[in-house]
Design a protein around this ligand. Structure first.
Ligand code: GLC
Length: 616
């Protein structure tokens, strides 16, 4: 039986599992959100009519997505008729302001419209926690924090704001949500998931898709979602990024598939295929999972895009990579290389033409891929309005958008310890000493995928509020606030607030076999404790860290994840303006030796269990 038929049970279980106490009332029949999902719809007919007019070269061009840095001659965009361009993690215009991004988008689109049939390009970016490549955009907490909120309605609003800011720069596609189910915190992409259970991936992933795509794909503030990375990216052995997920099919379906079932039901227009392997076979060449399961059993009618140069990892030469990936069910290939580099977009186009001519890739497979792409482009209204709406630029980074992000920060904080009710803090304390390398640093606060692929410490964005800045604004005039990174100077203060955590990272750069706190963080806590003052530790991290050894030196401990630009959301909770409501989206281990440890394990004795969270 198709898993798609029993989605009702997935949703009901999901609601209970994350404590939303949903009453198992009869769930309404699924309303099919978009026309591209309906066989025989108007976009189906329009897409078929357009497909019939395309040459083979033009069809293959639609299956190509090129990174902007690979484009040396913009005339190639119309010459080859690319279906899409993207800005990978480090591919940005010279001017990274909202207006700078909007100008770049319109410029590339103007070249695309010079092709014979003027088929507009889709432009994709990784807006994975706000429009995070744009200086001035609101940077939201990463997905692990959104999972801690247990609030899908809020997550949908966060995605709606993200869509509005992406659309504000003209761009029409973000490679989000990531519905990975991270099962081993050694993995550098743990924070990109909503938590360690399929229920969180399902509830939050579907909400995120609804927020991004809105009620209609043609909405001027709607952008395409790209649910990723299919399938099993969070289950690799030892949490090795792009590694091998070794499990039986029942486990793969139980843990890693529900997020896609719900995202497809919510109408995700695109899905990105994962680098990892399943039992030794790369997903980018896996016909059973990409075509039989995803397009067949689950009935996915959007299109599949590869990951960054991911088909190059398939066994054999580039031609065999092209043959295997397209025949497995990939519809669009993300190609970061241009002429003069190996496996570039001209190579891809030539290989695919020859493979079709030789009958090694059926023309019907190419037609299916292009039909899927054209359906989505038509339903977005891209032919009617290929350029961005300049009226939307002004809303990027608006106060109203920042308020939504601040609400996400507040609701994501998880109170792990509060000995002697040291929290909430008093606004009229005599002196509050702030310490820690993360207390006044937006880079630590935002984490990876911020302006740069890996993020960076320091003033990574020009507009944001650090915890120290927010705390200074929160206290009454009579209260003194002092600050030292190392915690020295705390003696005599009413309380010390120590903000510590992980340096920014993304993907494989974040894979770690040791998750213990950095020495400078342990020292900052120790210096404050030895000063004889109550210590409130605030942890910025993309995952649980091993804090067992310092827990006794903290009177209070707050897991703040990677909050983004709105640091005032942290002080809202520290001062009790809002009470902590966050619940752990992942099990918090005592030691490295316990990892992997996940809710439902037979032997389960973590430091803090999945779902844990104290209140005032
Ligand atoms: C990266 C990531 C993927 C991202 C893509 C484009 O390697 O795996 O999540 O969307 O490339 O930047």
């Amino acid at each position: 039986m198709s898993i798609f038929n029993n989605w009702r049970s997935v949703v009901t279980v999901a609601a209970f599992a994350v404590g939303l106490a949903a009453s198992p009332r009869a769930v309404a029949a699924p309303r099919v959100p978009y026309a591209f999902m309906q066989p025989g719809s108007s976009v189906d007919r329009q897409a078929s009519a357009l497909l019939a007019r395309l040459t083979l070269d033009e069809k293959i061009g639609q299956m190509v997505q090129v990174d902007m840095n690979a484009i040396k001659d913009k005339n190639d965009i119309a010459k080859y008729g690319f279906g899409s361009l993207l800005s990978g993690g480090n591919s940005d215009p010279a001017d990274i302001s909202p207006a700078g991004w909007a100008r770049m988008y319109d410029d590339f689109q103007s070249y695309a419209l010079k092709s014979r049939l003027a088929i507009p390009i889709l432009y994709g970016v990784d807006a994975v926690h706000g429009h995070n490549n744009v200086d001035g955009a609101v940077i939201f907490p990463h997905n692990i924090a959104l999972g801690a909120t247990r609030n899908p309605a809020l997550v949908e609003r966060a995605a709606r704001v993200t869509a509005a800011e992406v659309a504000g720069t003209g761009i029409d596609w973000t490679f989000a949500p990531c519905v990975t189910v991270p099962r081993n915190e050694r993995w550098g992409r743990t924070y990109e998931g909503f938590g360690e259970t399929p229920e969180l991936a399902s509830l939050m992933g579907a909400a995120y898709v609804r927020g991004l795509q809105g009620g209609k794909l043609s909405g001027r503030e709607s952008v395409l979602a790209c649910t990723k990375h299919f399938l099993g990216d969070g289950g690799t052995t030892d949490g090795i990024d792009q590694g091998d997920t070794r499990c039986d099919e029942a486990t793969l379906r139980r843990i890693h598939l529900p997020g896609y079932v719900e995202a497809i039901r919510a109408g995700s227009a695109t899905i990105m295929v994962s680098y990892n392997s399943w039992n030794g076979q790369k997903l980018h060449g896996h016909r059973q999972l990409l075509t039989d399961l995803l397009k067949g059993e689950l009935g996915f009618r959007g299109f599949l895009v590869s990951d960054w140069a991911a088909i190059d990892q398939l066994p054999g030469d580039y031609r065999s990579d092209v043959e295997a990936s397209i025949n497995a069910g990939l519809d669009m290939i993300m190609i970061p290389n241009g002429p003069g580099q190996e496996n570039n977009y001209v190579d891809f186009i030539n290989h695919l033409k020859e493979l079709v001519a030789a009958g090694k890739v059926p023309l019907a497979r190419v037609d299916d891929a292009v039909l899927r792409i054209l359906r989505v482009k038509l339903e977005m209204g891209l032919f009617k309005h290929p350029f961005g709406d300049k009226n939307l630029i002004a809303q990027v980074g608006s106060a109203a958008h920042r308020a939504v992000a601040r609400e996400c920060v507040r609701e994501s904080l998880v109170l792990l310890k509060n000995q002697g009710r040291v929290l909430p803090l008093s606004r009229q304390a005599t002196r509050i000493h702030v310490a820690g390398k993360c207390a006044d640093d937006l880079g630590y606060q935002c984490g990876g995928w911020t302006i740069e692929w890996q993020g960076r410490t320091g003033q990574v964005v020009s507009n944001g509020t650090t915890v120290l800045q927010a705390l200074r604004r929160e206290v009454k005039p009579g209260t003194t606030v002092t600050f030292s990174t190392n915690g020295l100077g705390a003696a005599g203060a009413s309380v010390a607030v120590v903000v510590i955590g992980e340096p920014p990272y993304a993907e494989m750069k974040g894979d770690r076999t040791d998750l213990t706190l950095a020495p400078e963080d342990v020292q900052a806590i120790r210096n404050c404790k030895q000063a004889g003052v109550p210590v409130v530790a605030v942890l910025f991290s993309g995952r649980p860290l091993i804090i067992t050894d310092v827990l006794d030196q903290c009177d209070a401990l707050v897991a703040a994840w990677l909050p983004g630009t709105e640091g005032a959301g942290v002080t809202d909770v520290l001062f009790g303006r809002h009470h902590p409501t966050g619940k752990l989206p992942c099990t918090w281990p005592r030691t490295m030796g316990q990892i992997p440890i996940n809710v439902g394990d037979e032997s389960y004795a973590p430091l803090f269990p999945f779902g844990f969270g104290l209140k005032y």
